[in-house]
Design a protein around this ligand. Sequence first.
Ligand code: CAA
Length: 440
Amino acid sequence: MNTVGIDAVEIWTGNLRLDLPDTFAPQKGEDPEKYTKGLGLNASSFPDSYEDIVTMAANAAYRLMDRKGLEPEDIGRIDVATESAFDNSKPVSTYVAGCLEQVYGQDFHHANKGERKFACIAGTQSLDDAYNWIKAGRNRGRGALVIATDTALYARGDAGEATQGAGAVAMYITEDPSLVELSTEQGYGSADETDFLKPNQQFPSVDGKRSVQVYLARMREALTDYESVAGDIHPDDIAYVPFHTPFPGMVRKAGLLAYRHVTRDTEIEEELAAEIGRQPRREAFDDEDAYREAVREYMDALKETDRYRGWYAETIDPTLTISREVGNWYTGSVHVARASALKHALEDGRDLAGESLYVGSYGSGAQAEIHEETVVEGWEAEIEALNVDAQLADRHDLTWEEYERIHDAHNHDVDSDVEPLTTPEDEFAFDGWGPMGERQ
Ligand code: CAA
């Protein structure tokens, strides 16, 4: 069997931008550095009133199909991952296919369509589904279109408001891919959790502080589970670790956890212990508080070591560049992190072919997954084709008053008909609901 993986990727950002230090922080009476340094965010991408999960997904998918010269008959499967769906029956992929059919004048009658839900990890689950479908030999030579799309908005005043974002990532999954090959092994950490929920409501109910702890706990389990099937990961064998990135500050914590994990029982751990002047605690104390304190002290010291800082700067920080400017895209976020890392390598002139990415996906509710991807020869051409910098630069900068109005436009509880702030150009735009409830 040939290798299977991601052949091409495209990113579509919401057309508006909310500046966090200059526009958001003063309104909240907060120090701007809480956002730029604490959360690690400069801005959120925001959807204009004619943008939603369908338009952003269709725009990303069309850009990908057009660039790769794909026709509907080349695509045997369309899966959309989202946690912002508006229809509990008809999957978002059918709406997206409807948009694309208008351009191609052909339908996707032969394509299996679906919608995946498990909070932010659903994008990776759709990728896994596409991989399994091709590996099972059911694809009849066709590829799978996987699209992760979300309007990750929070209620006004919610602590999560600073981490909002909106955008879509389209990926084409094929045999002999041009970007990365996926490994067969996966590691999981999964538990029934209630830290982040949207039970028939538009904006999430979030226990923000707890959600951070649940993310870390599930990620630790996923790393352990991964190593039980794939063997130990050595830190020097990792090019990048793209994590699910609700905000870069979360990934700072996940990066430290991952480093601690992959250096356990290695010569690096010994060298670090000598530098720090204390051994990591493994054995349980009778006193749980004392045990936690010992672990915290070790981790605080570890994070200040030159060795860890160097590893973080090379392996994790490059995954965060785009996220800093767009905020959380839920299902698309880990795929933005991968693109960010590869873009960084391209700009650095780094020869990445054959190197490994360890991808750490996470969805509240809660589940984490670790899998390995190998960058393939010719990857540079795929990343060069991304126009993400231009998209980010072209966004309209929101004033606070505009932000309030546009947030209302996306709040189904508010009766609001808001004029758009930008004009759609060569893109799908939402034009209201038709007589039978069909999207226009
Ligand atoms: N200068 C520098 N740093 C500052 C600062 C300043 N002036 N003021 C605060 N900070 C730091 C804080 O110390 C903190 O850093 P640490 O966590 O490293 O200590 C950071 O900035 C954030 O400050 P707070 O904790 O006070 O911020 P908050 O309570 O207002 O909000 C949050 C943080 C709870 C995570 C909130 O953003 C939230 O609810 N977000 C949504 C939920 C979320 O994203 N959870 C992540 C895990 S779940 C997941 O990943 C799924 C998903 O996509 C939602």
